[in-house]
Design a binder for this molecule. Structure first.
Ligand code: 6MZ
Length: 353
């Protein structure tokens, strides 16, 4: 298999995206167009953000988090949030993504937008999907609401409450909660895990960012919590500042890992693709979902992430189909939806011979 064959296969393959932060997924085009309607956003900030999209791995985790603050400055009204969401969904659908779980942190903009209105804007865009992706495309979209670990506990409580209410109002769309935010600051995750347990008891699935940086105690608490999925999971294996104990706990838990290759390289939490922790997950057949994290900020697509995985770890087309299958299994879709997605994958396999 040559690089162009791999590229073409990855783009045709029906894919499932399980780890995509809304405000980190805006493309250059979306940011420019939202910026034109955001008088409060500084031109130099938007220039900085867009130029940073094209940087390689010469920035730090802190630089990446500065980017999110800039993206937030262009989504300060329900109309902007809705437009941005529609663009992100369209772009994933054009990339051959048949199932997308978006996640976002409900935000209040005083006098302009409440958390409820923010969530409603995203939900409205998702409900409108069949009308804007075009008849030749197919995509199922779900929403997870995030808690930012940088925020106060009261804010975390407020977001979980909003998530529970949104799930009751839109059970087919709002399906989960997420813990994210700068892993080097803020809340100690173990203190707010009871909030996630509460959300789980009310029917929401739980995805937790875990081990982007080493933190034995917190990582152990998160693995023992048995989330439905873990984001990143970098510093669990001893090679990345984790330990044998954590690694064994993870493998025993069988909790799927959302693997974000380019994000980890660009944030410098992993040195290069060859030494990515995916190398340890593949041989033991631990469930994984290849994901983009922030396709705008990291200038990537899900097809590209599949390509990188295939080229780095010498994977076959069969292995890549298996990735989609694993992601369907790890998704928060309903059993009927999972069958529908599997059927799409099987049809693709038949067509490809
Ligand atoms: C942890 C991340 C992240 O929620 O405003 N976010 N959290 N690790 C990462 N790896 C690089 N990438 C993004 O989208 C932006 C927010 O997602 C979280 C951060 O909290 C960021 O502010 P929303 O739509």
């Amino acid at each position: 298999m040559g690089p162009s064959e791999i590229q073409s296969f990855c783009s045709r393959l029906p894919k499932v995206e399980l780890h995509a932060h809304l405000n980190g997924s805006f493309s250059e085009k979306t940011l420019y167009s939202l910026y034109m309607d955001s008088p409060g956003c500084k031109t130099e900030d938007i220039r900085y953000l867009i130029s940073s999209f094209h940087q390689g791995s010469d920035r730090t985790l802190d630089d990446c988090f500065k980017n999110f603050d800039i993206a937030h400055a262009v989504t300060i009204s329900p109309a902007a949030v809705r437009r941005g969401t529609m663009d992100v969904i369209s772009e994933f659908a054009s990339d051959g993504v048949i199932y997308l779980e978006l996640r976002t942190t409900p935000r209040t903009v005083p006098g302009v937008m409440s958390k409820k209105q923010y969530i409603q804007a995203v939900v409205d865009a998702i409900r409108d999907v069949p009308n804007f992706i075009g008849p030749e495309r197919f995509i199922i979209v779900k929403l997870l609401l995030s808690v930012n670990r940088r925020d106060e506990r009261s804010e975390a409580e407020a977001n979980i409450k909003e998530a529970v209410e949104a799930h009751m109002a839109y059970p087919d769309i709002v399906v989960g909660v997420d813990l994210s935010g700068d892993p080097k600051c803020g809340t100690v995750a173990e203190n707010i895990l009871p909030l996630f347990a509460d959300a789980r008891s009310k029917g929401l699935k739980v995805a937790l960012h875990c081990a982007e940086v080493p933190n034995e105690k917190e990582v152990e608490a998160i693995i023992r919590f048995k989330a439905d999925r873990i984001g990143h999971g970098t510093c669990i294996h001893p090679q990345y500042g984790g330990s044998e104990k954590l690694w064994t706990l993870l493998l025993e838990s069988k909790v799927p890992i959302e693997v974000c290759l380019t994000s980890n390289i660009k944030c410098k939490t992993v040195e290069n693709y060859e030494s990515h922790h995916l190398q340890h997950l593949l041989p033991v057949h631990h469930p994984i979902a290849i994901s983009t994290d922030d396709k705008g900020v990291f200038c990537t697509t899900l097809s590209k992430e599949f390509e990188i995985a295939a080229e780095t770890f010498l994977l076959s087309f069969g292995d890549l189909c298996r990735f989609t299958e694993m992601a369907i299994d790890a998704s928060f879709a309903s059993p009927d939806e999972k069958n529908q997605l599997l059927e799409k994958l099987n049809n693709f396999k038949v067509l490809e011979g």
